[in-house]
Design a protein around this ligand. Structure first.
Ligand code: ACO
Length: 436
């Protein structure tokens, strides 16, 4: 007897159904045949916020949230962070295997060739107010690139896809640095192809009068590691947005712009900026217990804590803590780490957080490192988006090539009125709820 099936008895009708179980999953469409009558639509599932719904098959990133495992294409995140560069990992995520030396050379060359922004895009950025939030600038500038590269619409042309993917990855640091310099009225620094990915980014951010900006190698490597840690994280809110927008077969610029918009929210990538605001608000280590009590009493969330998938420990947070120590050897100690460590210590001993399995996530420590390196808090989410664009694009490409995927279009349970008819204006009265 095939045991990989679910037997269902519909108590409404007494009818029995057999539903296959594949990979620990039943197909929601198999439930549609469960009907009370021939004209019944059929049974649906209700899963707000996708708590228990797989929306795709993916071979890119594996997470076991109960034990704190994260792997890209099978490789543990710890090994990739220790032994690889961000561009190597980008190739891995996009192509499935680590690159050979020739492939990495070609890939690095391709990225370097596309770091420049079209001068009209630079002018577009100049139109923002000096105090525009960099995430708002980033989201709209990525969308604007869709007008610069209209051929990107040919999403089923593999060579074209490769070109647009390289353009997006290459231009993200340039856009970020331009956003930063715009705020201060500093002249833009054009990309320097003698430098590697993170050195070039740091050069575009901070070069002033010196003929050649020399990034500290410990800092540029720490940034590279942070980029590796943020490159992909399977079906999170922004990646799901990328797949959803991409399922309508729009170009990757509008998809990445929408994904970046999802990332901006404080419950997702915007949390790193919120963590810094929270640490500033707490102000000192001795005020941590009072703040924890306030959170437990319902007065806000402990930002940088909790995760939909990780219910043990976010393995990225552990690596970030290690990277923070490296960065502090160069920049000096960021005193906010004391407050963060105290928050973590108390929260991990507290019944409220233990019961809800709330642990520090990737955003809890990343902002402290970024700030120590000299990045302003409003750039933190942009720093998240620079590497995450790789994950969005890898997932987008996988979705496009998956014959099972169609335009994303969930169902709903309608809770509104039955059919009713328009009352003439003169006969309308204020409703019981007070709404007209
Ligand atoms: N501080 C205090 N309580 C929390 C926190 C937190 N950070 N996170 C969750 N809880 C509580 C909830 O209030 C809820 O309590 P209840 O059962 O008494 O109602 C319980 O823990 C379960 O939380 P949910 O909101 O159901 O968990 P969900 O999986 O929907 O949310 C999320 C996950 C959004 C990350 C949430 O933990 C959160 O808001 N964290 C703070 C923001 C943050 O750090 N986001 C970054 C996540 S990582 C990333 O996106 C890159």
């Amino acid at each position: 007897m095939d045991q990989n099936r679910l037997s269902i008895t519909d108590q409404r009708t007494g009818a029995q159904y057999e539903v296959p179980i594949v990979d620990g999953t039943i197909r929601a469409m198999d439930l549609r045949k469960i009907k009370t009558s021939p004209d019944d639509f059929g049974l649906m599932t209700y899963d707000p916020a996708f708590l228990n719904t797989s929306s795709c098959r993916s071979s890119i990133t594996y997470i076991d949230g109960d034990v704190g495992i994260l792997r890209y294409r099978g490789y543990p995140i710890e090994e990739l962070a220790e032994k690889c560069s961000f561009l190597e990992v980008s190739w891995l995520l996009l192509n499935g295997e680590l690159p050979t030396p020739e492939e990495l050379g070609e890939w690095t060359g391709l990225i370097k060739r596309h770091t420049m922004l079209h001068e009209t895009t630079k002018k577009f950025l100049e139109g923002y107010r000096y105090d525009a939030h960099p995430m708002g600038m980033l989201i709209s500038t990525i969308a604007a690139l869709s007008t610069v590269y209209p051929e990107a619409k040919h999403v089923f042309d593999a060579d074209n896809r490769k070109l647009q993917i390289a353009r997006l990855i290459a231009k993200m640091p340039t856009i970020c640095a331009y956003c930063y310099r715009h705020h201060f009225g500093l002249p833009y620094v054009y990309p320097d192809n003698d430098l590697n990915f993170t050195e070039n980014f740091m050069n575009m951010m901070w070069k002033m009068f010196e003929p050649k900006y020399l990034a500290n190698p410990i800092l540029s490597r720490a940034l590279d590691i942070l980029f590796i840690l943020h490159a992909d994280h399977e079906q999170n809110c922004s990646t799901n947005t990328m797949r959803c927008v991409g399922s309508a077969q729009g170009d990757p610029y509008v998809g990445c712009s929408a994904a970046a918009a999802a990332l901006y929210g404080p419950l997702h990538g915007g949390a790193n900026e919120e963590v810094l605001k929270m640490l500033d608000l707490i102000g000192s280590k001795d005020r941590v217990p009072a703040f924890i009590q306030q959170v437990k009493d319902g007065g806000g969330k402990l930002m940088g804590f909790g995760h939909r998938v990780y219910k043990n420990y976010d393995p990225r947070a552990r690596i970030i803590k290690w990277a923070a120590d490296q960065v502090f050897t160069v920049t000096g100690y960021n005193k906010k780490i004391e407050i963060a460590l105290e928050l973590e210590r108390i929260a991990l001993e507290d019944e409220y957080f233990i019961k809800r399995k709330l642990y520090p996530n990737v955003d809890f420590y990343s902002g402290i490192i970024y700030e120590a390196m000299g990045f302003r808090p409003d750039l933190f989410t942009v720093l998240f988006a620079i590497p995450r664009v790789v994950g969005w694009l890898a997932q987008w490409q996988e979705m496009l090539l998956d014959p099972e995927q169609k335009i994303a279009r969930p169902r709903q349970i309608y809770t509104g009125h039955d059919e009713r008819h328009v009352v003439p204006m003169a006969e309308r009265h204020v409703s019981a709820s007070g709404d007209a």
